[in-house]
Design a binder for this molecule. Structure first.
Ligand code: C2E
Ligand code: MG
Ligand code: MG
Ligand code: MG
Length: 279
């Protein structure tokens, strides 16, 4: 462990060095630095119409390339950023870069599609969030209907009323919302009623077991049924195999996202997809 630490950080060995606390301390320091050193970038993963494979929209996924550690997964650094103020700076960075990217694609003469941005409710609840989003969109001359925010159920649960208020304000200007990782949170059905999400994303853990004929399959079918009954757009995430695809076609899931269509990709690759919109 000690050799991972820069010279200036040398300290006497303590059992703490091997602990999670020690690891997250370094990760957090790294994160702060990463914003200053421009170590983040964004990849975009298409969502397509299940049958025609026409591109519908794309999801922005943040990437961190640390000069020594290499790629660090968002699964590792997002939860840590959420514990600090960093999630707000990071979220602002993503929103700004997505808008800038959309402007660039437009300037290249490409027909742009909506981009969804994963957003923490901590960020959503920051005072001035709505105004900040509006200003950023205006600055890059992007219509609000080209932005969708993906929020997870577990993240809205704590401050339901307040989150709903912010969502309503953004929806009024044309921004849309997706409920991400559906089925993994508390899945209170009242959320679907009260929050009026435009899109529901079925978590990939259900999709990956959708062909197992077990409980997960029953759940996936029920989610699809529910989404259709509520007139929501429904997307299956993490689709990898032909069997999963066939299952989703059979049960009329209109949109899919996953490695079977495309991995998250660099903006240049997305520009190619936009020119020839069937994947
Ligand atoms: P998510 O929003 O649910 O994103 C889906 C994750 O599944 C992504 O992982 C994506 O790369 C991965 N994925 C896509 N297709 C497949 C597939 O076919 N099979 C499998 N096994 N995985 C697939 P990633 O990029 O590592 O992101 C993980 C999570 O980190 C995201 O889950 C999201 O919650 C969070 N995250 C990513 N970017 C951002 C961001 O800009 N802001 C915030 N607040 N969170 C982010
Ligand atoms: Mg997402
Ligand atoms: Mg998800
Ligand atoms: Mg997720």
């Amino acid at each position: 462990r000690a050799k991972e630490v820069g010279r200036s950080d040398w300290q006497l060995y303590s059992p703490l060095m091997d602990s999670e606390t020690y690891k997250s301390y370094h990760l957090e320091k790294g994160l702060r630095n990463a914003l200053l050193q421009d170590e983040f970038f964004i990849e975009y993963q298409p969502k397509v119409h299940t049958n025609s494979r026409e591109i519908d929209s794309i999801e922005a996924l943040i990437r961190w390339n640390h000069p020594e550690w290499g790629r660090v997964s968002p699964e590792d650094f997002i939860p840590l950023a959420e514990e600090t103020h960093l999630i707000i700076e990071l979220g602002d960075w993503v929103i700004q870069h997505v808008c800038k990217q959309l402007q660039q694609w437009k300037n290249q003469g490409l027909q742009i599609v909506p981009v969804s941005i994963n957003v923490s409710s901590k960020h959503l609840l920051k005072s001035g969030f709505v105004e900040h989003v509006q200003q950023t969109l205006a600055h890059y001359n992007i219509d609000p209907s080209f932005i969708e925010f993906e929020v997870t159920e577990s993240s809205i649960i704590q401050y339901e009323e307040h989150v709903k208020k912010v969502m309503d304000e953004l929806k009024k200007i044309g921004v849309t919302f997706a409920l991400d990782d559906f089925g993994t949170g508390f899945s209170s059905l009242s959320h679907l009623k009260d929050f009026e999400f435009n899109t529901l994303k079925i978590d990939k853990t259900f999709i990956q077991h959708a062909t197992d004929k077990g409980k997960q399959q029953a759940i996936t079918k029920s989610i699809l049924y529910l989404a259709h009954a509520l007139n929501m757009k429904v997307i299956a995430e993490g689709v990898e195999t032909k069997e999963q695809l066939a299952f989703l076609q059979k049960h009329e899931c209109s949109f899919i996202q996953g490695y079977i269509v495309s991995q998250p990709a660099a903006p240049q690759k997305i520009a190619e997809y936009l020119k020839k919109p069937f994947l």
